[in-house]
Design a protein around this ligand. Structure first.
Ligand SMILES: [Cu+2]
Length: 147
């Protein structure tokens, strides 16, 4: 291709929307970080991506705890795969309610962490409920992009 034609083609390709990614988070009785885990528990994504929660063992479901402003709360049915579209920028903190005391929690960072303060506030209230492995909460928060 002649160089004069290559430049307009590159511009055209750059204008096409990027394909949204589908991330997979497994719900496990036992994973690399011990018992009752989301894997991976921390995820980075961009608006428009989806996350599918896949129950690989029975007894798990997923419920949102803190979401970016304007995003409706969500909750899956027990033992069923569940897909969420990440429409807004911000942090999506979620848990498996039956195993909350065992710190079965996860966090998705979509674009910029616009609701960091809300998540930090809620994490302080959540911590006493995490009877085992509460350090998982700190590990998740520590992975959020700094301002
Ligand atoms: Cu669970």
């Amino acid at each position: 291709m002649k160089p004069l034609l290559a430049a307009p083609l590159a511009l055209l390709l750059a204008a096409l929307p990027a394909r949204a990614a589908d991330h997979e988070v497994r719900m496990l009785n036992y994973g690399a970080e011990g018992g009752m885990v989301f894997e991976p528990a921390f995820l980075k994504a961009v608006p428009g991506d989806t996350v599918t929660f896949v129950p690989e063992n029975s007894g798990h479901f997923v419920q949102s705890i803190v979401l970016p402003d304007g995003v409706a709360p969500w909750k899956s049915a027990i033992d069923q795969p569940f897909t969420v579209t990440l429409e807004a920028e911000g942090l999506y903190l979620y848990a498996c309610p039956p195993h909350l005391m065992m710190s079965m929690i996860g966090l998705v960072e979509v674009g910029r962490p616009t609701n960091r303060d809300a998540v930090t506030e809620r994490a302080a209230k959540l911590r006493p409920k995490l009877i085992m492995k509460a350090e998982r909460l700190d590990a998740l928060l520590s992975q959020v992009t700094a301002d």
